[in-house]
Ligand binder design. Structure first.
Ligand code: PMP
Length: 294
């Protein structure tokens, strides 16, 4: 049985009205985190960074909550302990639950709901990698929507770009930003490797500055891999030696086909992925600061 945490209570069901503000306007923020098996038992990876990002998003959209980040952190640990799962995916949604037919309600106290579940990512294995195409949908300009916020409505673009990709037999979509530079995949950050150096779009592009992206940047620095955060054109991407995508749910996925071009899973991708696995499973010097045991 799935267990939920809903506004402070552990419950077997977390529902919402079909005419809630959340459903009517796709107006809510969320975050996710991963629980990994480690030598000291299951542990969350960078839980506070995820919780803090959720609270920053709440601030951006102007929703209040009666819960503190510390309370959400404790509730996540309790939910994970009760689930007894060794490895799982945590999702925290914050939304306005009241039936509301107006876009801008006076009262904006968010309900916070959490669920923890085994991850059924319908993706491929690391060794197989993903096929990806450049999407005809672009990221919205930062003047239209803040790209660094996990705002539910932002995922319409992700949905449409994935629909287009799947319809044309690709696993993933790579979106360009409003200037026509490479931004990110539907819900993953993008890295390319050229002549041994790691390249990734900077936060000037309309990307979500992912927590996995930040982890990769710190691991690259630690391993002495040269990193350049800068604009990346489609031409640069097409000439890359290696390409991989990162995100909390999908972790680390090489792109093994971009359009018609096939790419191998390269050495920098493998080295960083091995370091990432060590970190999340408690075998790396960085594990101590980033893992929270239950
Ligand atoms: N970009 C977008 C649009 C995303 O939704 C995600 C998933 N959260 C990412 C990038 C990767 O971010 P993270 O590593 O924090 O999961």
């Amino acid at each position: 049985m799935t267990l939920y945490w809903n506004d402070g209570r552990f419950v077997a069901h977390a529902g919402v009205s079909a005419f809630s503000h959340a459903v009517n306007y796709s107006c809510g923020v969320f975050d996710t985190a991963r629980l990994y098996p480690s030598e000291k038992g299951p542990a969350f990876f960078r839980l506070d960074d995820h919780v803090n990002r959720l609270f920053a998003a709440l601030k951006t959209v102007g929703f209040s909550t009666r819960f503190s980040p510390a309370r959400v952190h404790r509730a996540a640990l309790k939910l994970a302990r009760q689930s007894a799962l060794p490895s799982a995916y945590l999702r925290i949604n914050a939304f306005l639950p009241q039936e509301q037919l107006r876009v801008y309600p006076e009262k904006r106290e968010a309900t916070l709901a959490m669920v923890i579940a085994p991850l059924h990512y319908a993706g491929k294995l690391f060794e197989d990698g993903l096929s990806a195409r450049i999407s005809s949908f672009r990221k919205a300009s930062r003047d239209a929507v803040p790209p660094g916020v996990k705002f539910s409505a932002n995922y319409l673009q992700a949905y449409l770009s994935l629909r287009e990709a799947r319809d044309s037999d690709f696993d993933e979509a790579i979106l360009l930003d409003s200037r026509g530079k490479v931004a990110e995949a539907s819900a993953q950050n993008l890295f390319a490797v050229k002549n041994g150096a790691l390249l990734t779009p900077s936060t000037k592009s309309e990307i979500l500055p992912g927590i996995t992206r930040d982890t990769v940047l710190r691991l690259a620095e630690d391993l002495g891999v040269a990193v350049k955060e800068s604009d990346l054109s489609v031409k640069h991407l097409s000439a890359a030696d290696e390409i991989f995508l990162t995100g909390t749910a999908t972790e680390f996925m090489p792109v093994t086909r971009l359009g018609r071009r096939h790419l191998a899973v390269g050495p920098i991708t493998r080295t960083l992925k091995a370091a990432f696995d060590d970190v999340v499973h408690g075998r790396h010097g960085f594990s101590k600061k980033w893992l929270t045991s239950l």
